[in-house]
Design a protein around this ligand. Structure first.
Ligand code: NAD
Ligand code: TDX
Length: 339
């Protein structure tokens, strides 16, 4: 039985990753450690407590709280740590960078210290394509490009990547980094482009498109990313970085139009608004390294993935309604107050 720590498991990718691991790795026992910030939703993972009582448990904690993290590591003797906990929304980082530095940089240092102290066998850090900066209309990000982050969010993620590198070199920690493009799928918080547009279109509210809507992102269905994370944890070489992407570059406006089409709404709802400051123009991933070395490639195509995703939001209206009303944030108190 491998003992695994997943941080940030109540967020979007973390929830999908936990489901993937518990269904596909019967010999992994997983602790989900999450602070339950505004982006963490305990309701996402409740069924896991019922389905896998022997192999799954939840701890509410802050990755930047060194004392608590030390206690958790001492108690569990983890073989593998997968760090997904982060502040993840670029627009919020432009409003207030402080919490991004605390969680995404200091929090990673705290986890790395604990991993060294308690001799964790493998540390997998989930990073992002945004650390490479922005592309023009040509080319793709490769792992050997220099870091050139443009937002406080991506700068904090790049800083964490450098810390991981330093702990490998200095302390001999066995660590790997994954960098993935824009994920979409079930459980994504409705502040991000796709769920925000689905929810607004559903209510026939305006769809706020930044700038001219021609910025390009490479979209990957979240399950493909999760499969890749597990593959890198099992087979990745210490010190290596692995890009993942969906091979599905789309302009934002194309995404918005496809959502409107799917919901049978008209383009009149589109509203072009002031651009995001420092808005990266284009992301595109060269994932040939993970393809040739580990045999990973994305399996979902965008047309199928986006329909699946839109249908999930339409079929899970109470999930996002509780988020929009703020009710989901009281869930932990309701659930655990009398335990
Ligand atoms: P998310 O915002 O949906 O979830 C983040 C989770 O981390 C939440 O559950 C939150 O409660 C938890 N968290 C935040 N601060 C914490 C702290 N101090 N201690 C413990 N838990 C804390 O994010 P996501 O989209 O699921 O992203 C997960 C990871 O993947 C992040 O590291 C992000 O940078 C990376 N990533 C995301 C994407 C994407 O498209 N969403 C793409 C590439 C990489
Ligand atoms: O209302 C909006 N209107 C709009 O035009 C929002 C929320 C976004 N956009 C644009 C900005 C981007 O060009 O859509 C694109 C996607 O925006 P986000 O969903 O905010 O994602 P992005 O900034 O690309 O970052 C995402 O991918 C990389 C994740 O949020 C990061 O956590 C991940 O690292």
């Amino acid at each position: 039985m491998a003992k695994v720590l997943v941080t940030g498991g109540c967020g979007f990718i973390g929830t999908n990753l936990l489901k993937y691991i518990l269904a596909n790795r019967p010999d992994w026992e997983v602790v989900n450690l999450d602070l339950l910030t505004y982006a963490g939703n305990l309701e996402n993972t409740l069924e896991l407590e019922k389905l896998y009582p022997q192999r799954y448990s939840f701890v509410r904690a802050d990755i930047a709280d060194a004392e608590t993290i030390d206690t958790v590591f001492q108690e569990h003797a983890f073989d593998l740590v997968m760090n997904l906990a982060a502040e993840s929304h670029v627009d919020r980082s432009i409003e207030n960078a402080g919490v991004f530095i605390r969680t995404n940089v200091l929090g990673v240092q705290v986890l790395l210290d604990a991993a060294v102290k308690y001799s964790v066998k493998k540390f997998l850090h989930v990073s992002t394509d945004e650390v490479y900066g922005s592309l023009g209309s040509e080319g793709r990000f490769r792992e050997d490009l220099p870091l050139a982050p443009n937002s406080p969010y991506s700068a904090s993620k790049a800083a964490a990547d450098l810390l991981v590198r330093a702990y490998i070199k200095t302390y001999g920690l066995d660590a790997v980094i994954t960098r993935c493009s824009n994920n979409y799928g079930p459980y994504q918080f409705p502040e991000k482009l796709i769920p925000l547009m689905v929810v607004n279109a559903y209510h026939e509210r305006e769809l706020p498109v930044y700038g001219d809507g021609k910025n390009v992102r490479d979209w990957i269905y979240v399950e493909d990313h999760c499969r890749g994370i597990v593959m890198v944890a099992e087979q990745g070489e210490c010190g290596e970085i692995y890009n993942m992407g969906g091979d599905a570059e789309k302009e934002n406006i194309q995404i918005v139009r496809s959502i409107l089409g799917h919901l049978g709404k008209t383009d009149d709802l589109i509203r072009y608004v002031k651009d995001r400051p420092g808005h990266d123009f284009r992301y595109a991933m060269d994932f040939s390294k993970i393809e040739s070395e580990l045999g990973w490639s994305p399996e979902y195509d965008f047309t199928g993935g986006i329909s699946r995703t839109i249908d999930w939001y339409l079929n899970n209206k109470p999930w996002w309604e509780r988020i929009l009303s703020g009710d989901y944030q009281n869930y932990y108190e309701r659930m655990y107050a009398n335990r």
